[in-house]
Design a protein around this ligand. Structure first.
Ligand code: SF4
Length: 170
């Protein structure tokens, strides 16, 4: 029994180390676990828009706290070890939209999973990575052939483009 516990402990350490390493390689902030009080969350009714980047989006909630405005993105399902890159970029785009709309730069945003909340710092590095990503996406918009970028059949199963996609896996 003790060996099994030790084995599970070592496996947990390896998974934790691996997810940390992937996060660092991507250069994205991993997010820190926080406790948030949902009483102060205000629902966002209309999407925010920033014309220069042709960026639009609607955070699920905004929190006003000590003169700052913090965007919150709510995800269904249990929290991963660290927020996914796509969730971090989505939150970063809300931080950018909040800054441009309210002329106040949020120091961080919050990703709310079913069982845990993460605060993700809105750093200059994250902002630059987001702007680069948006530029890449605009370039891809003009391409005639864009190939699948993953090997996950489960992702295709949930995809809204499945009916027209020629490279779907499921
Ligand atoms: S169905 Fe096509 S577009 Fe959708 S996730 Fe799969 S490969 Fe990507």
């Amino acid at each position: 029994m003790i060996y099994l516990i030790l084995l599970l402990f070592v496996l947990a350490l390896i998974f934790f180390w691996q997810s940390n390493r992937q996060q660092k390689a991507a250069g994205l902030p991993g997010g820190r676990v926080i406790y948030t009080d949902t009483d102060g969350w205000g629902k966002v009714e209309k999407p925010l828009y920033y014309a220069s980047l042709r960026l639009t989006g609607k955070p699920d909630y905004l929190i006003e706290k000590n003169g700052q405005i913090i965007p919150v993105e709510v995800k269904s399902g249990r929290a991963p070890e660290a927020p996914y890159d796509s969730h971090i970029f989505q939150l970063a785009s809300y931080c950018l939209l909040v800054e441009k709309t309210y002329k106040k730069r949020p120091p961080y945003g919050i990703i709310h999973y079913e069982n845990r909340d993460f605060a993700v710092d809105y750093t200059r590095e994250l902002e630059s990575a987001l702007i680069e990503l948006l530029a890449d996406m605009r370039e891809d918009d003009a391409r005639r052939n864009v190939h699948r970028s993953h090997e996950q059949a489960s992702r295709c199963k949930r995809c809204g483009y499945q009916a027209v996609c020629e490279e779907k896996l499921a």
